[in-house]
Design a protein around this ligand. Structure first.
Ligand code: AHR
Length: 496
């Protein structure tokens, strides 16, 4: 029997906008993310458009991803962009230093831009600060965005791209406290001043520059880095922190306690870390220019995702619940959190897509991105789930078993609600109260639920975990609904 619960949706109190960029992505030259997952080459038997695999393009295009960060990650700080332009047979072969694999440079700037265009996403390029030069960073911007008849722009034109790419998002290095040079925050801040001076000048005032932020193992980085940037914080627009989850947990053979560690402890840790970073950012914002926060890399990193396996890992129903509850937290914080890039889109870490030769499968994580699309750019509506028991982690942290998040469309005519039931065994028969005067009609209900946290999609069984429509009767309203254990439900309502 389902336990009773209730949810209140305060549709009369819409607040901040839930930036669509929270649903952005990150790809790196790592394992089979780029080579195999995106790029197969023009001569491949796998159907492709000029070397870019068509099934990947189709699957990602459907999700309308807002932005895509490239080429890394650690790889970015050892990448020299000129290696990746011009005729492919003449591009130098390099060693991918961090991920110990050969780098053919077949996928470079023009291929990345073409991929972004095919999937209708905005490019976000991270420059090499760790082992590159300021001039390399500046000239990369000129190659992408330049319009004057300079030699660099002529190179782009000669490579078949007369029009500028107009790249708006630029990263000033990656993890400078680690693979990006093991720098001290004070030195990194001085480097950032130098790089950002030339990058800003080259990219123009409307470009968005992201400085390197911390991750939980270097918690005082942001403070010291921003203190040293001082008033030059105005050269950049965001600081980008990284938070990975799931340390030591197995991809499929996890225990119920591991599930609670991930969904209760790690989600809390990530949320608290973002809140702390928001405070730091606030304390360093000048009155002259807005400065904000990006979660530049996030997601689950299971213990099987090692260099030897190309950081490949399976994604289960557990990942779907983690993704959904993470988005609920991001929505709450969206007044101060602009972008979030899950790591990484294809074949690496918490991937949305897995490929094997010519086969492709969408993971449960993909399906949450799909289900949550209507939340993007909606206005946040506070929700509270009451009379709901909590789930407790072995460490003693607690989280409400039922979580709701709601957004109102810009014209106020559509209300979109997602509900996550984290309970491993309990369903909730839930009374729902929408607190405003609008007569809302229930239009569409979809659900991701398999009854098995460990279920996942394989190349033989690609549809083990896929969203299902829930039958809605004509004229139905949203007064009561039962949310099964381990489920993600989305509800679309329109004003009558
Ligand atoms: O996403 C894998 C790696 O994790 C990235 O290259 C790096 O930025 C982070 O440590």
């Amino acid at each position: 029997m389902a336990a009773a619960a209730s949810i209140r949706i305060h549709a009369n109190r819409p607040s901040h906008v839930v930036s669509r960029y929270l649903y952005s992505q990150f790809i790196e030259h790592l394992g089979r993310c780029v080579y195999g997952g995106i790029w197969v080459g023009e001569d491949s038997k796998i159907a492709n458009d000029g070397g870019l695999r068509l099934d990947t393009v189709a699957a990602l295009k459907r999700l309308k991803l807002p932005a895509l960060r490239w080429p890394g990650g650690c790889f970015a700080d050892n990448y020299h962009w000129m290696d990746g332009i011009g005729p492919r047979d003449r591009r130098p072969k390099r060693q991918n230093l961090w991920w110990r694999q050969p780098e053919s440079n077949a996928f470079g700037t023009d291929e990345f831009m073409r991929f972004c265009k095919l999937i209708s996403t905005e490019p976000y390029v991270c420059v090499n600060v760790g082992s590159g030069t300021v001039e390399e960073a500046r000239s990369w911007i000129e190659y992408c965005n330049g319009t004057q008849p300079s030699s660099i722009v002529e190179m782009r034109v000669a490579n078949g791209h007369p029009e500028p790419y107009n790249v708006k998002f630029w990263g000033v290095g990656n993890e400078s406290w680690g693979c990006g040079g093991n720098l001290r925050p004070e030195f990194a801040a001085d480097l950032c001043r130098q790089y950002a001076t030339y990058m800003r000048q080259a990219a123009g005032p409307d470009a968005k520059l992201t400085a390197v932020g911390s991750e939980p193992s270097v918690p005082d980085w942001d403070e010291r880095f921003l203190d040293t940037l001082g008033e030059f914080v105005e050269l950049v627009d965001y600081i980008g922190v990284h938070v990975y989850s799931g340390k030591g947990i197995a991809e499929i053979e996890f225990s119920d306690d591991d599930y609670k560690r991930l969904l209760v402890d790690d989600v809390k840790r990530k949320t608290d870390y973002i809140k702390r970073a928001i405070e730091t950012v606030r304390a360093h914002t000048t009155p002259r220019r807005a400065f904000g926060l990006i979660l530049d890399e996030w997601g689950i990193w299971y213990k099987e995702a090692t260099i030897e396996r190309g950081h490949w890992q399976q994604s289960t129903m557990q990942d779907a619940l983690f993704t959904a509850i993470s988005f609920h937290k991001f929505h709450e914080l969206a007044a101060n959190l602009f972008m979030a890039n899950i790591a990484q889109t294809i074949n690496v870490l918490q991937a949305l897509i897995l490929t094997q030769g010519p086969q492709l499968v969408c993971t449960p994580t993909y399906h949450v991105f799909d289900l949550f699309m209507p939340h993007r750019d909606g206005r946040f509506v506070p929700c509270d789930a009451t009379k709901v028991p909590t789930i407790k982690s072995p460490q003693g942290n607690e989280a409400a078993a039922l979580s709701a998040s709601a957004t109102l469309s810009a014209d106020g005519k559509e209300l979109f609600v997602s509900v996550v039931n984290l309970d491993i065994s309990g369903a909730y028969s839930t009374k729902i109260e929408i607190k405003d005067a609008t007569p809302w009609a229930l239009r569409h209900v979809r659900r991701l639920c398999t009854g098995n946290l460990r279920s996942h999609n394989t190349f033989d069984e690609p549809e083990n975990v896929v969203p299902q429509d829930v039958l809605v009767e004509a004229g139905a309203t949203l007064d009561e609904m039962t949310f099964p254990a381990q489920s993600v439900t989305t509800v679309r309502l329109t004003a009558r």
